[in-house]
Design a protein around this ligand. Structure first.
Ligand code: SF4
Ligand code: SF4
Ligand code: SF4
Length: 318
């Protein structure tokens, strides 16, 4: 078994440790051959393995650089089962929001126009630099972030940011008992976050959109009915609606509900109907604009985790 990451925050690998004493069952059932956060192994150890030598690879993180892509392809070759683990690998995740810019703009923000960076020589990362000792190389930084499944063939998908502990345990259990579902399955329930949410739901119709801090007191009812955008209706469950337990709206990390082509588009459509925008022809342009302007960060709100796999997967650059 193998755990590794590409463009990721490391949270998915820590989430594996959250299974607590169950990790002992994993170690008893399988040899862990590679896990950079936990054991000291190197890429060359994987490269030396026979093809299909690894039974299961849990791969977290998006594909941002040529190194990420190389490792994804190498591990595909070496693994019998490749599991896309966490929102970044499954949908591109938060790193995928960088598809609103290209490489040049990302470098400009990170290395030049940044109040916490001193870079008097305006040095930018290069793939190759000659020094007196020889050549130093860096992986290529791509213009566009992709999900793992956009680069290699993936066997299973385990979404979440990070995936909920229960779903990780269920997946490990299914592997150990040889009870994995058919290839291509998402290892999470078919229901939505709304189906798991404790809040009472009724007919939704709102006039204003608010952020959580703008609401004096959260009432014991659906957050959407209180004017707070909650992606529960268009997000796959399996997390027991854990954000709602903290009175925070679902931001959609479970990815789209089954048979949904585009999570953000589905939520925009649901919100339009709750806001009464279906009666758009009876409204003035100003009234429609006023309603739409209340959503201050459209991509960040509706595509926080899924921009690279959405229908319009990046900003069109001229
Ligand atoms: S899915 Fe979330 S926890 Fe996992 S690597 Fe991406 S940002 Fe981190
Ligand atoms: S929209 Fe959000 S708050 Fe309302 S029921 Fe669904 S998950 Fe719960
Ligand atoms: S409630 Fe939504 S954002 Fe929170 S963990 Fe569940 S799917 Fe993710």
């Amino acid at each position: 078994m193998l755990f590794t990451g590409a463009a990721s925050c490391g949270g998915c690998e820590i989430a594996v440790l959250d299974i607590n004493e169950k990790i002992l069952d994993v170690v008893a059932a399988a040899d862990i051959l590679f896990w950079p956060v936990a054991i000291d192994t190197k890429y060359k150890d994987v490269e030396a393995m026979d093809d299909k030598n690894i039974d299961v690879c849990f791969f977290n993180g998006a594909i941002r650089t040529s190194e990420n892509e190389h490792i994804a392809k190498l591990l595909r070759k070496k693994s019998k089962i490749l599991i896309s683990f966490g929102a970044c690998a499954v949908h591109g995740g938060i790193p995928g929001l960088a598809n609103l810019a290209n490489r040049e703009e990302v470098f400009k923000t990170a290395y030049l126009d940044n109040p916490s960076t001193e870079n008097h020589d305006k040095t930018l990362p290069k793939t190759s630099v000659k020094v007196k000792e020889g050549e130093l190389t860096l992986p290529e930084f791509y213009d566009t972030v992709k999900s793992l499944g956009q680069v290699v063939d993936v066997d299973y998908f385990l979404p979440g940011c990070p995936p909920p502990t229960k779903l990780i345990i269920d997946a490990l259990d299914a592997i150990v008992k040889n009870k994995l579902p058919e290839k291509g399955s998402v290892l999470a329930p078919l229901k939505s976050v709304c189906d798991e949410c404790r809040f009472e739901k009724s007919e939704k119709s709102i006039k204003d959109i608010k952020r959580v801090y703008e609401v004096d007191k959260i009432e014991e009812k659906c957050l959407l009915e209180q004017g707070i955008i909650c992606l529960g209706p268009c997000t796959r469950g399996g997390c027991d609606a854990r954000c709602l337990d903290a009175n925070m709206p679902c931001t959609g990390c479970g990815g789209p509900t089954p048979n949904s082509l585009d999570q953000g588009a589905k939520m925009i459509s649901a919100l339009a109907s709750i806001l009464g925008l279906e009666a758009e022809e009876k409204m003035s342009d100003e009234e429609v604009d006023k309603l739409i302007e209340q959503v201050r960060d459209i991509v960040g709100t509706f595509y926080k985790y899924t921009l690279p796999v959405s229908l319009i997967n990046r900003r069109v650059m001229k």
